[in-house]
Design a binder for this molecule. Sequence first.
Ligand code: ADP
Ligand code: MG
Length: 322
Amino acid sequence: MASEFDLIARHFSRAAPGDILGVGDDCALFPVPAGMRVAVSKDLLIAGRHFYPDADPEAVGHKSLAVNLSDLAAMGAQPLGCLLGLALPAVDDAWLAAYARGFHALAQASGCPLIGGDTTRSLQDLTISVTVFGAVPAETALRRDAARAGDDVWVSGALGAADIAYRLLDGQLPADAARLALTRRALEWPQARLALGLGLRGLAHAAIDISDGLAQDLGHILAASGVGAELRYAELPRAPGLEGLDEASLQRALLGGGDAYELCFTAAPAQRQAIVRAAQACGTPVSRVGGIVAAPGLRVIDAQGQALARIPGGFDHFGGAA
Ligand code: ADP
Ligand code: MG
């Protein structure tokens, strides 16, 4: 690509803060805080699959970093920096400028500078790959395999908005401009719960971020920890914009809805007050929605005390909607 270097210089070179060697050399160099493990995660986003090709490029820039920061949050890690891989079918300078604006704004706000990447011409769809690096003490990393029977199950923020916005835009739900206005931001501008993740170090046992739906993502904690869980359906925090939905859509949004980027975590009941204080300190609401049990499997109990016969299972990237 003839203009590759120009393009990088124009949109992606930013002075790296502190003693980081950023964009421009063969590798980036960043210091690792003493005694910490480096937490690393990568996500791939493909136009037409993970975002609409005509989506606001500034929002795509934001979201492509936010979904990775969410993985750092779910580990209790503090961001150190990130890499950006772009495979572009064509060079659209206005699109790239807006994309970079969304990306850099979040990078700066979350202390996660862009320190390198790779840019190439794609023969197919626009593809974006972001890799994040963070730091976390080995002992207090929030791992998926650390849930224990007797733990509470908690969820941050509110659930369901991104799923409903997606289904409205995709035509799976009847057009409803008022509902779309209430839910769209959650889909396009997700906020990673970084401050909460840091606050939960030493308090929570296991954590995961909800990218594929609460049922499926909590399921990963259960499988890794060798335990089960019981969720209280009525206590799942509902996002604004879900009022008046039919029950099936509501259940699917709350239990199966992806793209939430809230944290689901488990902690001993003795930590309840400390968790509420930590959540208040970072301005992130948290809700206690169930408990971990020894017997494997997930049960969801409704307001009448009955177990749901079928739990919407979230989205499986290879199998389609459950
Ligand atoms: P190399 O040939 O060593 O892979 P490149 O020419 O691909 O180097 O990249 C030159 C510099 O620009 C490197 O520091 C690289 O990390 C950075 N870079 C390339 N693409 C991006 C991008 N999309 N975002 C941020 N930095 C990038
Ligand atoms: Mg390269």
